[in-house]
Design a protein around this ligand. Structure first.
Ligand code: F6R
Length: 245
């Protein structure tokens, strides 16, 4: 595991964007695994700026997103499809046909999960997977549990995740209770993994995940086993790690 320490979320976003930019320049026809949430917003802003400056070309890039809420379609302003379109895709020259997100309003979620894994396989897997981390150390929506789940699957969101994400909805009751998430296998098979963690709210998750034992109760801990894993974290997110004490 490599750790890149940033002074704040803006700098963390810049560091992560540099890693993604290097990937796109090195292999223009690459597959990026993308995340939503507050954390990657600085990174996406940096990528948009690099595109506008003529430094980056996304025309051959393919993307697969980690997850989507069950019940929310792309027209819902809290769907992850909406998030990706407005925060990244419409502002760069990626071909919308090359962007992929699980279908949250499918009539058959189990079939959608199988389709998504087959899609990732057909793209040749993920070259660089960008991740955030939940306060409970989830990655994607792989929630703490008794076992790591390899496949894309429908997950019951935990109370911790529902309350963490309630800030985006009018009330906690409106947060969907289920999501479709990429499983641990596709994440671990990504050739590079970059996880961004910022803020004191992530400090315990970061400490448990990367300075504690590997366990499905701390889903991000599995990344300790990845051969090319980079943690990009700011001082606040690293404030509970042994090296910070
Ligand atoms: C989002 C995702 C989640 C988030 C995590 C952190 O696609 O997969 O794992 O990365 O919940 O969310 P934020 O960044 O909002 O704190």
């Amino acid at each position: 595991m490599k750790v890149i320490r940033a002074k704040d979320s803006c700098e963390a976003g810049a560091f992560a964007a540099e890693l993604i930019a290097a990937q796109v320049k090195q292999k223009p026809v690459c597959v990026l695994g993308l995340a939503t949430g507050s954390t990657p917003l600085d990174t996406y802003a940096q990528l948009i700026a690099a595109y506008r400056a003529g430094e980056l070309d996304f025309s051959c890039v393919r993307s697969v997103n980690l997850d989507e809420y069950v019940g929310l379609g792309p027209d819902h302003d809290q769907s992850y499809a909406w998030f990706m379109w407005h925060n990244l895709f419409e502002r760069i020259n990626i071909d919308p046909h090359n962007t992929h997100i699980p279908d949250g309003i499918t009539a058959n979620p189990d079939a959608e999960c199988q389709r998504y894994d087959a899609l990732i396989a057909s793209l040749g897997g993920v070259d660089l997977q960008l991740l955030g981390i939940g306060p409970n150390a989830h990655i994607g929506f792989n929630e703490p549990g008794d076992a790591f789940i390899p496949e894309t699957h429908v997950v019951e969101l935990t109370d911790s995740t529902i309350s963490a994400n309630a800030r985006f909805f009018a009330s906690v009751d409106q947060v969907p209770r289920q999501a479709i998430t990429m499983g641990i296998r596709a994440i671990l098979q990504a050739r590079k993994v970059v996880l961004i963690a910022t803020g004191t709210g992530k400090a315990k998750a970061v400490c448990d995940a990367f300075w504690g034992p590997v366990t499905p109760m701390v889903p991000a801990s599995i990344l300790q086993l990845h051969p090319d894993f980079t943690l990009v974290a700011d001082d606040d997110a690293l404030s509970l790690t042994p090296s910070s004490n």
